[in-house]
Design a protein around this ligand. Sequence first.
Ligand SMILES: [Zn+2]
Ligand SMILES: [Zn+2]
Length: 317
Amino acid sequence: MKIIPISVPTPFYIGPVNVYLIAEDPITIIDTGPKTKEAVTALRDGLRVNGFRVSDIRRIVLTHAHEDHCGLARSLRDEAKNAEVLVHEWETGHRHSRLEYDEHRVLLVRAGVPDDEIVRLRRMYEAVRQYADSFADHEHGPLWDNADLEFETGSLRIVHTPGHTPGSCSFVREADRTIIAGDCVLKRITPNPVLSPDPLDPKKRFPSLAEYLVSLARLRTFAPTLVYGGHGGPVEDYDELFNRYIRAIQERQSHVIKLVSTEGVTAWEVAQKMFPGTDDVHRFLAVSEAVAHLDLAHTEGKLGLEVSGIREIYKPL
Ligand SMILES: [Zn+2]
Ligand SMILES: [Zn+2]
């Protein structure tokens, strides 16, 4: 069962995204690239040099529903005459190619993001939406944790690895312990635990960083020999990456705790101090990062949390 990476350009800061072609019946691609002309061309070329066409694709599997990964899913499915599309059920926030704005708004207000900033973020959501088509619920099937994606001569085990997004999934070829991990594992950078509503209770936020730590540890139990990430080259030494991520997360957590003054701060204020001068999507990611670390510190008993009106204030213990 051959796993073939195809690099597809994106208009995003992160750079090209990796699409993985599983060149065996049923011909499957894991992730698609964003909805841009450049991405379609690169994907077609990548398929062609390996002897395939879009119409050969029978199954489109999404590691998660960020635009750079899922953007082309709908048009590829249509061109491939109704190839099956699979995504985890918890990927609710992004599945329809729109961040669930109202649910997000509540989370942003609670994190102390000022109203004018929320308006700017709304514009950013709108701009990013153009890079993906939406899907109705009946148009895709679920990915179940621990189930297998069957191929003619082998299978990939589906492993739910929430954190970067609630419905992020990885795929393990157990024969040689190779993993396709989407944005759960990136060679050069520590992935963002993106601020999301909890799929099981959208009024709450998803405990993204706590879940992410569990996912990283779970992948480690497979003793991976090679991990293909959503961006950049494959990771050959997962243990080294695991330890590096854990160190980076711990360092950031102690930094965040130091930014919490005695009178208390919101996540927005912490984000401003951590990443001054950020813009656009990076402002949102900065808030995500701050909330994720503050929440983890709070659940680990290292910070207090008080609700003042509609805002949440973190305080030293
Ligand atoms: Zn992503
Ligand atoms: Zn990505």
